[in-house]
Ligand binder design. Sequence first.
Ligand code: IPM
Ligand code: MN
Length: 348
Amino acid sequence: MYRIALLPCDGIGPEVLNEGLKVLDVAARKFGIKYETIPYDIGGDRYLRTGEVLPDSVMEELRQVDAIFLGAVGHPDVQPGILEHGILLKLRFELDQYVNLRPVKLYPGVETPLKDKGPKDIDFVVVRENTEDMYVGIGGSMKKGTPDEVATQLAVYTRKGTERIIRYAFELARKRAKNNTLTMVDKANVLTYGHDLWTRTFAEVGQEYPDITQEHAFVDACCMWFVKNPEWFDVVVTTNMFGDIITDLGAMIQGGMGVAASGNINPEGISMFEPIHGSAPKHAGLGKACPIAAISAAGMMLDTLGETEAALAIETAIEKALATGTVPATTGPEGSTQRTGDLVASLV
Ligand code: IPM
Ligand code: MN
């Protein structure tokens, strides 16, 4: 019996999460998987009502579940940073979800803005480090609000953190058995301390994986190649900040934010699954948002829990639904969120 915490949070989060749950439920029945869901009222509305972001009592309960399924974080009436740091980053850090796994895959039936590229060209996975870098929240400012203001925001990289994410990525390249290629994306030509650590660690860990071709790209060039030659990529490993940026680009080349899923994974602990997209407040409550990313995240959740057959069934159902060419990959007409969920559920 799996215990799954639900954190719908803000904006379109609740409506896309509902469709993910709809499909999860069908897959669970079909494969005899037992689970219960525990919903939590967390997000901008609660913060505005009570001043609480993620109370300790909730954090303690979340340490007891098998997985977390999250909608989207961000509220137009809350200053940027409060919910992001207080909910999403807090969970990633406290639960040590050091892998942020973000597949970039163009499904048949979805249009990419890249002319002449098709599903066989766009199919790779970005392994984003998820607990270090500029995200650690170390820094400060002085003389704030004056012309002499100084601000610092520290990027932190540890040997342990770097090694474990690189090792995870090598293992994934082996497991995928696609091109047996791992590309490290960094900016070692400028970030000569932090990314020197990454470069050396990549080379050292790489010695254990002679079967994996080891490539390297600077982050700016990587952006160019995602667009020009996406077929070159199989598994990409990168730092937290760059991973954040390049996976929005990845979402675009795979047809839109509505189809891009993400897993925050602690291979030895509790993982959390979410769509890559944000809360899109202007679309909230209208049933226009594409729920494929949330449904796909539910599939990743099952896969990580070891329910590979059920996960594959969800993946196949998504493929079939998109192949009909009737599913909007970003936003669609009102009611399309539910209709897409129904369609995928009927194909599991
Ligand atoms: C993401 C988001 C988050 C991030 C924000 C909301 C803190 O953009 O999951 O990619 O930067 O990691
Ligand atoms: Mn992002």
